[in-house]
Design a protein. Sequence first.
Length: 74
Amino acid sequence: MQRLWTAALKRAGARQYGEVKITEALDADANLAHLQQIIERMASEINPRDTFVLFAAAHGTFHNGRFYLHPAGL
């Protein structure tokens, strides 16, 4: 079952873009190894004129003015 916010993003994006791709990493899948795989795959697919949105509902830490996301299990 598609999540409500995923469906809302697709609907909103369909009016602006030819294609909307959404990748979710939820719960146990939001670990460092899996997120790295997703990032590497997406980096090979994204073009300079594409729009990329990262939504992360997670914990993180600021250190020396930079924010570091803490994946699950860290």
